[in-house]
Design a protein around this ligand. Sequence first.
Ligand SMILES: Cc1cc2nc3c(=O)[nH]c(=O)nc-3n(C[C@H](O)[C@H](O)[C@H](O)COP(=O)(O)O)c2cc1C
Length: 252
Amino acid sequence: MKIHQIVFSPTGGTEKVCQYLCEGLGGETVFTDLCLRADRLQVPSIEADDVAVIAMPVFAGRVPAVTVERLRGIDSCGARCVVVAVYGNRAYDNALLEMCDVAAGMGFRVVAAVGAVAEHSIARVYGTGRPDAADRDELAGFGRCVREKLEGAVGPDTLCVPGNRPYRPLQKGPAPQADGRCTGCGACSALCPVGAIPSDNPGGVSEELCISCMRCVSVCPNKARSIGPVEAMVTERLKPLCTVRKRNELFV
Ligand SMILES: Cc1cc2nc3c(=O)[nH]c(=O)nc-3n(C[C@H](O)[C@H](O)[C@H](O)COP(=O)(O)O)c2cc1C
């Protein structure tokens, strides 16, 4: 039995959460990076007795449409899976339910679901430094619980997770722009998961293709990319919703 970590993590928080969970889950791990551009994606080969840990960030209460599309390109082989929605200390809204629905629709048997907090990738003052050491211990503990369930020791067959259908409508966010500090190094273009930044014009961005995942902002060595004044507006708007430390949750 292998553990397939199937992860979309533009700014690294989702990947850390998944890694900490898998520390408790144990076993041989195979990593699939859904953040690679479509032409570079490697489809994992999952066997029926493997377990997939599918981890995605929450964008406006949903999971990014592109990740769902990429996930659906994978053959579940009827394997068991754990879904993980990682959010920036506001709320995961319908994202966990959506992930359960998508995974079940692909033929995965969803055995557990996790809602976990990481630093907010737009308003970095919320969830700063998370997942932290306390989260790491807790997530590893969740992983051990899931392992017990996989070994048949605990838990019912059906999962009940929070969320509503129909899900909230998908929202389009701002496309980060480059300023005068851009040297044209191309790091953002090479790492953009959707190819929204042309390699022959790394200072540009396609508003149409951009999914506002903030990867270009986080990888720029010169801090040349930003969403400008929108960042301060979002930070202010989220203040009443984000200042209290939110919990990680396990559903088994
Ligand atoms: C466009 C966008 C929308 C977001 N919407 C939410 C949200 O609805 N609720 C929330 O708590 N965090 C939200 N976040 C924060 C991310 O869910 C969180 O920072 C996540 O850890 C990012 O994953 P990553 O570090 O793997 O990129 C949003 C972030 C972005 C970029």
